[in-house]
Write a protein that binds this ligand. Structure first.
Ligand code: BGP
Length: 477
């Protein structure tokens, strides 16, 4: 056990940055890769900002060594990336595609050669299209076995090299978009199907965590959850109840299922009453309890504030994908809750509330409810960046955002939270799923837009800032 002052980051703190396969790799059909649901969905008219897609993305598939060299120059201690399932199994199952495995093995080896800890995400939304076509993807229990086979293939190959694993990335956000808002594939709007698909995803998550224990001794695995802590708009008991409803329906539904192997009581009662509860078969809850995580990955961007919503009131609305500030309508479930602006917080151009204290609150809530270690697996600011004279990008607004959130991590450590690391989103600029290339997150600027570009890599001011944060172990913020 090492000793550290309360306001210090632990010696082995994972100062990281993150990405996801579809958002960086490109090479959409390279070396035997099969199509994912995103390869097809982004080609349908009107689905993404300006028709953007990840066919080329930032071409990380072909520039991986250059990107890792930049990570090493920065001094990064951890790099979180995702494996594309259809690179490994082009049609979701069957013959393994060795070239796909070889790509990730090379990435992992180069990271390790630079003492950068790989954090491997098993699923970041790019489902093989073949499984969507064959049985409807997450809506059929057959996916549990196919997902397990794919994960075990990666466990067997990388067990000795990769210690930190993420099972499902943002099941809550992805499936809300996929089955409630109709904004991710397969673009359904049906609450019963939404809860049914989630239940199957929980079972798949538990199964691969259970299998992990056999194949990766000494490793740590957990899901990454998109946690937007709920706030009440006021101390009016009506707002307090709306906030309680929202916390159960938008957060605890997933977190309790992952960590306790059960659903929160009031939400389950409501869904049963409405005929929207998932079908729970004998053995399901036992499986959930056998497959609880070692840690919780936290993707934190903003808090949401809630108020009372009458029957016949506001329904679920899609998010701002244009960067036109102030265009996000309130969203909610009639009779339960709806979002309200928080007058105390500034927002980004995409209307996301900037709230570092909310991250401290998030970490405290999770740590105290579940008693598990936590890792910030994503946190960052999506903004328009301008390329200035001398190939510089002066993203002081991003530095401010990141600095305040790293401070919140430090405060959470003082609060007694066991925090393994902090992965900023993202390392290079990337494709934002629905927002195109204009919503940038990276420490490294990539010269491209919706039409394409040189794909040159340029270090932003935030690159040098994070470099010195890491070098000083968080003392120089
Ligand atoms: C999370 C996803 C990431 C990333 C991030 C930023 O939901 O896990 O993949 O996209 O959010 O969101 P956006 O790209 O919509 O701004």
């Amino acid at each position: 056990m090492h000793h550290h002052k309360f306001n210090d980051f632990p010696q082995d703190f994972l100062w990281g940055a993150a990405s996801a396969a579809y958002q960086v790799e490109g090479g959409w059909d390279a070396d035997g890769k099969g199509p994912s649901v995103w390869d097809l969905f982004t080609k349908l008219p009107g689905k993404t900002f300006a028709g953007s897609n990840g066919d080329v993305a930032v071409d990380h598939y072909h520039r991986m060594e250059e990107d890792v060299a930049l990570m090493a120059e920065m001094g990064l201690k951890a790099y979180r990336f995702s494996v594309s399932w259809p690179r490994i199994y082009p049609t979701g199952r069957g013959e393994v595609n060795e070239a796909g495995l070889a790509f990730y093995e090379k990435l992992i080896d180069i990271l390790l050669a630079h003492q950068i800890e790989p954090v491997l995400t098993l699923y970041h939304w790019d489902l093989p299209q073949a499984l969507q076509d064959e049985y409807g993807g997450w809506e059929d229990r057959r996916i549990i076995e196919d997902f397990e086979r794919y994960c075990v293939t990666l466990y067997q190959r990388f067990a000795g090299k990769v210690k930190y694993w993420v099972s499902l990335n943002e099941q809550n956000y992805n499936l809300t978009n996929a089955y409630q808002l109709g904004t991710h594939p397969p673009a359904v709007q049906d609450r019963k199907r939404f809860f049914a698909a989630n239940h199957i995803a929980f079972l798949a998550n538990a199964r691969v965590i259970k299998a992990f224990r056999q194949h990766v001794p000494g490793g740590l695995i957990g899901p990454s959850f998109a946690y937007s802590p709920a706030y009440p708009a006021s101390c009016d008991p009506k707002d307090m109840l709306a906030y309680e409803n929202a916390e159960e329906f938008t957060n605890l539904w997933w977190l309790d299922a992952y960590c306790f192997g059960r659903y929160p009581q009031a939400a389950l009662a409501y869904l049963r009453e409405n005929g929207e509860a998932p079908e729970i078969l004998p053995g399901d809850l036992e499986l959930l309890r056998e497959g609880t995580p070692d840690y919780i990955g936290v993707n934190y961007y903003y808090t949401l504030t809630y108020t009372d919503n009458p029957l016949g009131g506001q329904t679920m609305q899609r998010i701002n994908t244009t960067g036109k500030k102030g265009t996000t309508p309130p969203s909610g479930i009639p009779g339960l809750y709806k979002t309200a602006p928080n007058p105390h917080l500034e927002t980004s151009n995409w209307d996301w509330a900037i709230d570092p204290t909310g991250m401290r609150i998030a970490l405290r809530r999770l740590s105290s409810r579940y008693g598990l270690p936590l890792m910030i697996t994503e946190n960052g600011l999506g903004e328009f960046d301008k390329l200035a004279a001398g190939d510089r990008v002066h993203d002081d607004y991003r530095i401010d955002y990141l600095r305040s959130h790293v401070k919140a991590c430090q405060e959470a450590l003082q609060d007694g939270v066991e925090l393994l690391g902090y992965c900023a989103w993202s390392f290079t600029d990337i494709l934002s799923w629905l927002n195109g290339y204009q919503k940038r997150y990276g420490f490294v600027f990539v010269e491209r837009d919706e039409q394409g570009g040189s794909l040159r890599r340029l270090k932003k001011d935030s690159f040098f800032w994070y470099q010195s944060v890491i070098a000083s172990q968080g003392k120089q913020l």
